[in-house]
Design a protein around this ligand. Structure first.
Ligand SMILES: *[C@@H]1O[C@H](CO)[C@@H](O)[C@H](O)[C@H]1NC(C)=O
Ligand SMILES: *[C@@H]1O[C@H](CO)[C@@H](O)[C@H](O)[C@H]1NC(C)=O
Ligand SMILES: *[C@@H]1O[C@H](CO)[C@@H](O)[C@H](O)[C@H]1NC(C)=O
Length: 407
C-alpha cells in the first residue's frame, strides 16, 4: 500500500530545492539529513493514510474525479446479480453488434404469425429460440432470468423508452418477458386473447394496410402499474413515451421528478429513437432528438444514460410508396450520418460521464422476416430486449467502476 502510494507521489519542481550544478559539496551534504527526515515523515503519513482509509488511491482518484460537489455524475444502486455478461466491455459489444451478421439458420428468418389458441391460465411465452446474429469477437448477449432483469432494472433510477413503434416493440417484448405471459403487455382483459405474442408486433393487417391493430394501444405504459407478481420485492420504475417527431423531455422530466426520492438519486436509462416519421431526415433527427437530449443531460444530475436505438434494416417487401424515403439506401445513409454525430460526441464523454451510446440493428436484422417491410417479429424484438439488458449490465459496471455506486 505505502509503496504504491509513494511511487505515485507527484514529485514536482519546488518540492525540494533544485540541486544546482554549481552547489558546493558541503551544501549538498548539509541538505541530506533534512531530505531523509522529510521523506520518512512523508512515508509514515502515507502509511497511516493507507491503513486508516479502506479505499485505494485509485478509488480516491476516481471519486474525486467523479463527484461534483457531493453530486454524482451518474449513479447506480446495489445489485445482487453481477457480471452477467463477460468477455467484452461495453464499447466492444456495441461495435460488434453494429458489424454483426445474421446467421444462416437464424430464427428471425421465419416469423410464424400463427399463435396457439388462447388459454388464460397457461399462457407462458415459448422458450427463447436464441440469437439470430453472430458477433465476430464477443460472446452472444446474456439471456436473462426475470430475477436478474428485475435486479438490474431496479439498480437504475428508471427505464425510459421514447420513440416510435420500433421502440414500442422492444417495450412489448420486455413486458411479455417480465410478466412471463404472452398477453402480459396488455391492460384491457378483452384484448388479452387477441393481443398476445406475435400479434403485438403485427401492427397492420398484412392484406390490408389501412387496418391498424388494436394491439398498438391498450398496453401497459408504466412499469409500476404491472401486476404485483412482477419483480416481487424489487421495485422497478419506468415508462414508455410515444415520441414520433421529437423526444419529449418535458414529459420525461414530469415522470422522473415524481419518482421516489431514493430513485431520483440514481441515473435513469433513456432508450430512444426517431427518424422514420421524419422521412429519415438527418438534420431534423439531430435537432429534435439527439441534441436536445445531450444538451439537457450535461446539466442534469445524476446524468441520464442515453442510448440511441439505431434503425433496423427495412425488409425487402417494404411497400413501394415508402421505398425511396424508408428503403435500405435511405436508412443506411441516415445511420452513417448518425455515426458521424455520435463519434464526435463520444470522444468527449464516457457512459459514466453521461455520454451517448448507440445500439445498431441494421446488420443484425438484415435478412430477417418482416411481414410489412418495416416491423419485425416477436423473435427480433426479444433479441433486442435481451441485448438491451446485456448493455445495461455493462453500463452498470462502468458506472460502478467510476465510483458511481451509491447505497
Ligand atoms: C474496452 O476495451 C477496449 C479494448 O478492446 C479498450 O480500448 C477500452 O479502453 C475498454 N474500455 C473500458 C471502459 O474499459
Ligand atoms: C454493417 O457491418 C459493416 C462491417 O461488417 C460495417 O462497416 C457497416 O457500417 C455496418 N452497417 C451499418 C448500417 O451499421
Ligand atoms: C406456427 O405456429 C403455430 C402455433 O404454434 C403452429 O401450429 C404451426 O405449426 C406453426 N407453423 C409453422 C410453419 O411452423
Amino acid at each position: 500500500m505505502a509503496d504504491e502510494g509513494y511511487s505515485k507521489l507527484p514529485m514536482q519542481d519546488g518540492d525540494f530545492p533544485p540541486t544546482s550544478p554549481t552547489s558546493s559539496t558541503s551544501n549538498k551534504a548539509a541538505r541530506r539529513p533534512f531530505l531523509w527526515f522529510a521523506l520518512s515523515v512523508l512515508a509514515l503519513a502515507l502509511l497511516s493514510l493507507a491503513s486508516l482509509h479502506p479505499r485505494s488511491q485509485e478509488q480516491l482518484k476516481r471519486l474525486s474525479h467523479y463527484t461534483i460537489g457531493r453530486q454524482y455524475k451518474t449513479a447506480v444502486g446495489p445489485r445482487s446479480y453481477q457480471h452477467l455478461y463477460q468477455g467484452c466491455n461495453l464499447t466492444e459489444l456495441l461495435l460488434d453488434l453494429k458489424q454483426s451478421r445474421i446467421k444462416e439458420d437464424a430464427p428471425s428468418k421465419y416469423a410464424n404469425f400463427t399463435v396457439t389458441p388462447y388459454a388464460p391460465e397457461d399462457n407462458p411465452p415459448p422458450p427463447f429460440a436464441g440469437f439470430s446474429f453472430d458477433l465476430e469477437t464477443c460472446p452472444p448477449p446474456h439471456v436473462f432470468t426475470q430475477d436478474e432483469a428485475c435486479d438490474l432494472i431496479g439498480g437504475f433510477g428508471a427505464l425510459l423508452l421514447s420513440g416510435d413503434s420500433f421502440i414500442r416493440h422492444v417495450w412489448d417484448a420486455l413486458l411479455i418477458f417480465l410478466t412471463n405471459d404472452l398477453s402480459g403487455a396488455v391492460i384491457d382483459p378483452k384484448l388479452r386473447a387477441q393481443c398476445r405474442g406475435e400479434q403485438l408486433f403485427n401492427d397492420r393487417q398484412p392484406d390490408n394496410w389501412d387496418v391498424i391493430s388494436p394491439c398498438r394501444t391498450g398496453i401497459y405504459d408504466v412499469l409500476e402499474s404491472l401486476p404485483e407478481t412482477v419483480c416481487p420485492g424489487r421495485p422497478i420504475r419506468g415508462k414508455r413515451f410515444v415520441d414520433l417527431q421529437w423526444t419529449s423531455l418535458n414529459n420525461i422530466l414530469a415522470y422522473t421528478s415524481a419518482l421516489p426520492a431514493a430513485a431520483q438519486k440514481l441515473s435513469p436509462i433513456l432508450l430512444f429513437d426517431g427518424g422514420i416519421h421524419l422521412g429519415y431526415d438527418l438534420n431534423i433527427a439531430t435537432t429534435n432528438f439527439i441534441h436536445p437530449v445531450l444538451d439537457f443531460n450535461q446539466h442534469f444530475f445524476p446524468h441520464f444514460v442515453p442510448i440511441w436505438q439505431g434503425s433496423h434494416a427495412p425488409g425487402e417487401n417494404i411497400a413501394t410508396p415508402y421505398y425511396s424515403s424508408q428503403g435500405p439506401a435511405a436508412v443506411k445513409n441516415f445511420i452513417e450520418g448518425i455515426d458521424r454525430i455520435m463519434d464526435d460526441h463520444k470522444k468527449l464523454y464516457t457512459v459514466a460521464e453521461g455520454g451517448l451510446q448507440r445500439m445498431e440493428w441494421y446488420n443484425a436484422t438484415s435478412g430477417a422476416d418482416s411481414f410489412d417491410g418495416q416491423h419485425y417479429s416477436y423473435q427480433v424484438n426479444t433479441e433486442k430486449m435481451y441485448t438491451l439488458l446485456t448493455v445495461l449490465d455493462l453500463v452498470w459496471h462502468e458506472i460502478e467502476a467510476a465510483g458511481g455506486l451509491i447505497d
